[in-house]
Write a protein that binds this ligand. Sequence first.
Ligand SMILES: [Zn+2]
Length: 171
Amino acid sequence: MLSGLPKTVDLYRLAMAGETHVGRVKQSVFKRLVSAAHGAERWVDVSLQFGMEQGVHYLRGGLTSEFTVICQRCMNPMEVLVDTRFLFGFVRNKEEESRLPEQFEPLWVEQMETDLLSVIEDELLLAMPMVALHPSAECPAWKDSTVVNEQAESDRATPFSVLAALTRDKH
Ligand SMILES: [Zn+2]
């Protein structure tokens, strides 16, 4: 899977060993992501670097992948590039969380073994656009919505036209 990493790992042990893992994971492995995306046949480039700094066990990582999602304006498939970085500091209780230096995002480690792919999947889901839209020039539905906007614009202008007509009548 990921340079021989097992499905669940002891994050603290990896941090103490200062391990680095670089590899690719099939998108289809991430079940929640598969339902959020429109097809998931490509790869996610994953880089993970474990270590210790300022007494904090951490995981620094980067995830890059292209997903096909549905444009919410024209309902056609479109590509989005997800390219995200994170720096997690592991915490086991509130006290550790409160002492965590601010450059770290807390990652709660409640069991000896953590499902690393689930952590990665959470990050990918966070990095996915909430509402995907083509850039306006590339979206077939954009022209239509522009017409609608112009219509709304001329509706809004109506009171001013009336006012202008009234002013004209005074002279
Ligand atoms: Zn579109």
